[in-house]
Design a protein around this ligand. Sequence first.
Ligand SMILES: *[C@@H]1O[C@H](CO)[C@@H](O)[C@H](O)[C@H]1NC(C)=O
Ligand SMILES: *[C@@H]1O[C@H](CO)[C@@H](O)[C@H](O)[C@H]1NC(C)=O
Ligand SMILES: *[C@@H]1O[C@H](CO)[C@@H](O)[C@H](O)[C@H]1NC(C)=O
Ligand SMILES: *[C@@H]1O[C@H](CO)[C@@H](O)[C@H](O)[C@H]1NC(C)=O
Ligand SMILES: [Zn+2]
Length: 477
Amino acid sequence: MHLKPIKMAVGHRPLCLQSFPVLFWTCSLLLLGCGCVPMQRDMAKEVASYTDVANQIIKLVLSGSAQKRSYERLSNFTDAIGNRVSGSHNLELAIAYMYNAMSQDGLDVHLEPVKVPHWVRGEEGAEMVLPRPKTLAMLGLGSSVGTPPEGIEAEVVVVSSFEDLKSRGANVSGRIVVFNQPFVSYGETVAYRAFGASEAAKLGAVAALIRSVTPVSINSPHTGVQDYQEGVRRIPAACITVEDAQLMARMAARGQRVVVRLNMGAKTLPDADSFNTVAEIRGWQHPEQVVVLSGHLDSWDVGQGAMDDGGGAIISWEALSVIKDLGLRPRRTLRAVLWTAEEQGGVGAQQYYQRHKANISNFDLVMESDLGTFAPVALQFTGSPAAQKVMQEVVQLLAPLNTTRLEPHGEGTDIGPWMQAGVPGASLHVEDDRYFWFHHSEGDTMSVQSPGAMDRCSALWAVVAYVVADLQDMLPR
Ligand SMILES: *[C@@H]1O[C@H](CO)[C@@H](O)[C@H](O)[C@H]1NC(C)=O
Ligand SMILES: *[C@@H]1O[C@H](CO)[C@@H](O)[C@H](O)[C@H]1NC(C)=O
Ligand SMILES: *[C@@H]1O[C@H](CO)[C@@H](O)[C@H](O)[C@H]1NC(C)=O
Ligand SMILES: *[C@@H]1O[C@H](CO)[C@@H](O)[C@H](O)[C@H]1NC(C)=O
Ligand SMILES: [Zn+2]
């Protein structure tokens, strides 16, 4: 048996015994005496006492007055504002929109200032000049420098990996490197987008064109942030489509001379002022203790930023709305945080962590949704074995959503700092197999979202957050 006893908190009262203090103490001594199994049953019982309220939440969202509201809120928002990259006027509009909308919804809303990167794309374009003229669909990568005004025209060297690049040695100098790496997984393949430019520059390349990090393409370029290595010359970096990367690879393999002209007006301006947008339902008993629900409000400057991550931001708001609509108020504070500048490397979330880490002992659970708001399949969770046991019970309340699975490893850029410091973290696992088809491209629009799937995400989010925020004890660390 691997069961470890859940630590008995002084004053913890099993729900069933709240009004019988004498019996409570007697019972506690008995429980302490007989170890982990009765304590577990106790916790299971406390969580199970939320079955009715969980069912009410789920009903309100799936078939009651909140039905389709998540989708409508997201479409109203993204249709009105469009995409909203860090530092842009659109991002300011988005923050003002959400501040007003959540205030009008009756939540306690405030803004917390953040300094964010301000990269602008400018005019850009690429064409293959030889062996025949062809326009290349492309998107410059975030943080890239631009080309000189007249552009860069150079012969291309096509490589399939970093090893392949190194094996070309002196032949890379003065060339544009085209990375035609296969898609393995986002986590693995994104290294080419992140580090391709500096690796190519070390061998004297003049620009880097990176095959978009996606398993499927209909000639879609997918942008994202890239990182220049300290002390390495900064060369322009852009993504091109899977189709064009493969085309140039076939041409080069035939021994044809491939020449590309690249123009990029990209530049980085001084850091801009932005905000994390925070909405709360204050806890009635322990207002200083918080459960954080979150998604990021910024996006890339293409598409509508609907699934990345308008959806995560909206369900975090919606979860609070639903709880408020039912007249519920948990013991602890529910706090929806709509992060800014996640796409630039979790910038808003890092500044939030620095500002609030002194109160880390009051952070009960941090939740993040940033892999799309498609049909939910499970809750991912990182926490101690004792916390896992509590969450294992909490997800049983999601039976009407068919999502009673608890998976290891909560994840998310924006909750990362808290989780690394030991705060339990949860993330939403959805049917995300199509997520990277649209990610960071013009394809990330409302057309990939569906009202029913979003309702299920919101209901799951609301039940988990409410129950954890209302349990007698914080999750054990
Ligand atoms: C979406 O916008 C319409 C038109 O402004 C408004 O009537 C509707 O209430 C909004 N929907 C939600 C869920 O806020
Ligand atoms: C460099 O290019 C030349 C001419 O195309 C070719 O013969 C040679 O094999 C290349 N060297 C490497 C290391 O790829
Ligand atoms: C920390 O918590 C205390 C008590 O709730 C609160 O007054 C204070 O503002 C918090 N500080 C920060 C930085 O969040
Ligand atoms: C859960 O699964 C059952 C049985 O397949 C199905 O009838 C029901 O509609 C599902 N519920 C949701 C919310 O998807
Ligand atoms: Zn995202």
